[in-house]
Structures are given as C-alpha cells and as structure tokens.
Design a binder for this molecule. Structure first.
Ligand SMILES: [Fe+2]
Length: 420
C-alpha cells in the first residue's frame, strides 16, 4: 500500500507521540496513581458532552488536564490527552485522521508539561501556566495546519477564523486551569471533581438559555412567515426597517449588547398591521379620515399582539417600546400618545428614522419610490420636528457611507428570505 504524503505525516505524528510517551512515562507501574483514572473519566465525560452555543463551544479539556500536567509530568499528561480526549464521534473519522488526532493532542500535552516543569521552578507559576497553555495551543495548531497544507482540497481553505476563535478562549482557559490546579493542590482529586461538577451545572444553565433562545427564534420565524404570506410588501418593509435601524443604532452609540435585540424587535414594529383590513392596508388612493384613524391603531394593536408572545425580560421592553412608540414625533405631534423628545424611548426614535426612510425610498401601491438624494433632503426638512435631530444627522452620515460603499443595500431589494 502506497501512502500519500499527507497520510504518512498523520502516521508520523501518531508514532512520534507513542515514542514520546514511552520515553517520558515513569518506568515502574508502582508509580501508578488511582487519581489519574478519576481524571481520565472526567476527561472522557467532558469530551463527549460538549455543548455548542451558536456554533461555538468552550472546552475545559486543557484546564481539566492541567493538574496532570503539573503534578504527574509529561508522560501521564501525554497519555491522558491521547486517550482521555476522545469523543465517540471521532470513531467515525478516517483511521489516519483518528490516529493523528490522538498523536497531536498527546504531543501538545507532553510539550506543554515539559515547559511547565522547566518554567515553574525558575520563573514562577503564572508564567509557566501561560507559556504551557500557549505551547499546547500552538503545537496543536501547527500540526493541524501542516496536515491541511498537505491536502490540495484544504490547502486554500484553511479555517483561520476557527483558530482565532480558539485563541480568544486562551485567557479564560488559563484562569480555569489555575482554578483546577489549586483545587487539586488543596483538595486533592475531590477538588477537581467538585470543580468539574460546578462547570457542568453552569454549562447546563447556558444550555437552558440556548433552548429558550432557539424557541424564541422559531417563534419569530413562524410569525414572519405569516406576515410574508399575508403581505410580501409589508415583509420587505419590516426587513428593511430592521436593517436601517441596526445601521443607525451602530452609529448613534446604542449599547452593543442590545443591537441583536433591536434587530429582532424592529421586525415587529408594524406587526399590529396584521389586524388592519387589506382594503385599508393596500388602498392605492388616499385614506378617508375613518380609515386613517383605523390605520393609526396599529401601534396599540401591535402591543396587544406582542403581550401574547413569551419574551425574555431583556427583549420585552425594547420590542414593546418600538411597536408602541414608533409613530410618536419628536415635536409631540405623533400618535398614539403625543410623547415629545426624550420622552420617546431611544429605540422607538431610531426605528422612526428607519421607518421614514424606507417609507420614502420604497415603492408603495399609491406612489413611486423617492430617490435617495430627495429622501435625504426630506430628512433634513423633518429633522427636529418629526424626527430626532441627532439621529437624523447620524442616519444621513450612515446612509451616505452606505451609498458610497454598498449602494445595492440602499437601492435594491434586500433578500426577503433572509429572515425566514
Ligand atoms: Fe408603523
């Protein structure tokens, strides 16, 4: 059987790891410690119950392995990394890849332990921990990159973003490793087991949060499908308002942690229109006074609609503020309450600007779309009366930058299905 260069390298890593383990493992089995088996079991549990949140997961493989690195030396660290970090899914991968994974983890843990042993005596614990964590990360990284370079298909598609994501977890990884180290030092293996149980329970809490978020997103998708079925134009309007609201929110210093909520919430600003009859909603001529009054009920209808939806506390206020107040005017002449200036919640003032912009630049059944230049001139005209003057200025800056760099976002339809 002729091995490819890539497969030869995969096997080379596995063999090097075996040689490393046999050279560094204590020669006498009399040194064997039952604690190692307990940590091995924890490692196996951890490797098989990783929880991904929004496609990412934070692993405590290294922190859990760290007491072995620090107290049992390179041989045991290397062996435990090879057999303790196996997830059952890995048995489905090609045998050379499986062997390489074992080998690269063993070598990374082994070199990390060698570094820790050297540095902890001469340079202190913190530096030794930091360097040994970096060594673990980079040995793994370099071996994986070499493997990817051997393969024509993966050579041009190296996932650097995934490496950067892992790199970002190094600092928490160092902190948790220090915790596990001290837990072992003061409480023996019971400290490590206790720390692991605490981590598992915290992670379960995160899982519940994830399930809740998934449930909410499914609900939003179902509602948006209903909107799209009833009125595709309204759906396009909701999408564009969400897009422009986020664009403006980023410019005007809206708290970053609320941006995602604002994005979801602005889809619902006109949700009350679902209860307005089609002959009013899609009328191509001017509305009568009665019809106009009926149309003006949509913010309060929207609020009642949203009250029925289960939302987290962080979301509810923002979603309701936008639905109820997005037709209030800065000069107090809006509806339904005639609130003035800063009495109108910031997110509602943001959506009001985005809503006005899309109402002007989008085509309606009763008129043609306005050009971006004319719409900007109109924004200047209503600045300080209908709309918040600071937000209008920020929006015009944002939209002009958008026209310059991505004009398609301003003039073309956004992909309606994006949100569905
Ligand atoms: Fe509206």
């Amino acid at each position: 059987m002729k091995l490819s260069l890539r497969n030869s390298f995969l096997i080379f890593c596995a063999i090097t790891a075996i040689i490393f383990i046999s050279l560094t493992l204590p020669p006498s089995l009399g040194d064997f410690d039952i604690r190692i088996v307990i940590i091995l079991v924890l490692l196996l549990i951890n490797a098989n119950y990783q929880i991904e949140i929004e496609g990412r997961s934070f692993s405590i493989n290294y922190p859990l392995l760290f007491p072995v690195i620090a107290f049992f030396g390179p041989g045991w660290a290397s062996l435990l990394a090879a057999i303790g970090l196996i997830s059952v899914n890995e048995f489905e991968s090609p045998k050379f890849v499986f062997l390489f994974n074992r080998g690269s983890l063993a070598l990374a843990a082994g070199f990390s332990a060698l570094c820790f042993n050297q540095l902890s005596q001469s340079r202190g614990f913190l530096l030794a921990l930091t360097v040994s964590t970096l060594v673990y990360f980079f040995v793994n990284l370099i071996l994986v990159i070499i493997t990817l370079l051997f393969d024509k298909e993966t050579r041009n598609d190296i996932p650097f973003h995934a490496f950067i994501d892992t790199f970002k977890t190094l600092l928490p990884s160092i902190a948790i490793s220090a915790l596990f180290y001290n837990a072992y030092r003061y409480l023996d293996v019971f400290g490590v087991v206790g720390g692991f149980l605490i981590f598992i329970s915290l992670r379960s809490g995160a899982l519940l949060g994830l399930l809740e978020a998934n449930y909410r997103i499914s609900l939003i998708k179902a509602l948006l499908r209903a909107v799209y079925a009833k009125d595709p134009d309204l759906m396009e309007h909701l999408e564009k308002v969400a897009y422009y609201s986020k664009l403006l929110a980023k410019r005007c210093g809206y708290p970053r942690w609320k941006l995602q909520i604002l994005d979801e919430a602005s889809y619902f600003h006109d949700i009350g229109k679902l209860e307005i009859a089609d002959d009013i909603l899609k009328k191509s001529s001017s509305l009568t006074l009665t019809e106009y009054k009926e149309m003006q009920t949509h913010p309060e209808r929207g609020l009642l609609f949203l009250k029925e939806i289960p939302l987290p506390k962080t979301h509810r206020k923002i979603v309701e503020n936008i639905a109820l107040y997005h037709h209030e005017r800065y000069d107090g002449k809006g509806y339904p309450f005639g609130l003035k200036g800063d009495e109108i919640p910031l997110e509602a003032r943001i959506v009001a600007v985005a809503d006005t912009w899309d109402a002007m630049t989008g085509k309606r059944c009763y008129r043609e779309a306005m050009s971006p230049d004319n719409a900007i001139a109109e924004l200047w005209r209503v600045k300080g009366t209908q709309l918040d003057p600071d937000l209008v200025e920020a929006f015009i800056e944002a939209i002009q930058a958008e026209i310059k760099h991505s004009p398609q976002n301003v003039t073309k339809k956004l992909p309606i299905q994006k949100a569905l």
